[in-house]
Design a protein around this ligand. Structure first.
Ligand SMILES: [Zn+2]
Length: 119
């Protein structure tokens, strides 16, 4: 797998953890101060980690990612059975069936999300 893609997946995973924490918090009572503090700490830690990992992205990839991540919750999606799981439009067969093409960092022609190939 492309190294940049691995970083993108890591970022997405970290953001997912962050979202999970925030959702967990909104389900609890606000007066649970000790709990809130722990969540704040964890969120700060995650934000720092996300920033750190973002630094490892090539500038061009990062720009593309920032543009995408602003509007949607998942900027990196799998291709399963030749279909992009961001927009559910088929990826060109010439790409989906070629191992060399599959290994490259690419974006969906339709929705622009970063793609990774699963079988
Ligand atoms: Zn798509």
């Amino acid at each position: 797998m492309d190294a940049q893609l691995e970083i993108l997946l890591q970022i997405q995973d970290l953001k997912g953890q962050r979202r999970g924490l925030e959702e967990g918090r909104s389900e609890r009572q606000v007066e649970e101060e000790a709990f809130n503090l722990r969540v704040d700490e964890a969120l700060t830690g995650l934000d720092e980690k996300i920033d750190q990992v973002m630094e490892e992205l090539d500038p061009g990839v990062r720009r593309r990612y920032d543009r995408l991540a602003g509007g949607i919750d998942r900027a990196v999606v799998p291709v399963i059975n030749g279909v992009c799981y961001g927009c559910f439009v088929s990826v060109a067969t010439s790409v989906a069936s070629d191992p060399a093409e599959r290994a490259k960092l690419r974006n969906c022609d339709h929705c622009g999300r970063f793609l990774y190939f699963l079988d």
